[in-house]
Design a protein around this ligand. Structure first.
Ligand SMILES: [Zn+2]
Length: 130
């Protein structure tokens, strides 16, 4: 039973013989409990968001030019755009730029291109996290 339900039950029980002042106090208690419940939900949501950000930050590695993440099985994923990550906090997966430009990687968000010295296959170099 939640605090709000308990307060409502108490309110209903004392309603018959209680004074107006007591009924008002119980209503106030119920409103305050509801506000606390909403605040608690807000904190839980914020905590989940922060945990997800922390998990992402812990899995993020910068190789000097690009960002990579590490999966639970220790394989790396990416690369992700350095400009978007550092500037806007976004994790934007880079696209193969060889078909469209003379560079290896291109960001579809900010159109930054990255040079030819990066592996196109994730299996090319998996020792960034070791
Ligand atoms: Zn970008």
């Amino acid at each position: 039973m939640s605090v709000i339900e308990t307060a409502k039950d108490i309110y209903d029980l004392v309603k018959k013989g209680a004074t107006i002042e007591l009924q008002e106090r119980l209503m106030k208690l119920r409103e305050e409990a509801l506000a606390l419940q909403e605040e608690n939900l807000s904190f839980r949501t914020k905590l989940s968001e922060l945990e997800a950000k922390l998990q992402l930050r812990d899995s993020l590695t910068f190789d000097g030019a690009l960002y990579w993440t590490q999966n639970a099985d220790k394989t790396k994923e990416g690369p992700f755009c350095q400009k978007c990550r550092d500037g806007k906090g976004l994790l934007v997966r880079l696209q193969n730029g060889r078909d469209r430009t003379s560079t290896d990687w291109v960001c579809i968000e900010c159109h930054t291109t990255y040079g030819r010295s990066y592996p196109q296959s994730l299996s090319d170099d998996n020792d960034l996290f070791q």
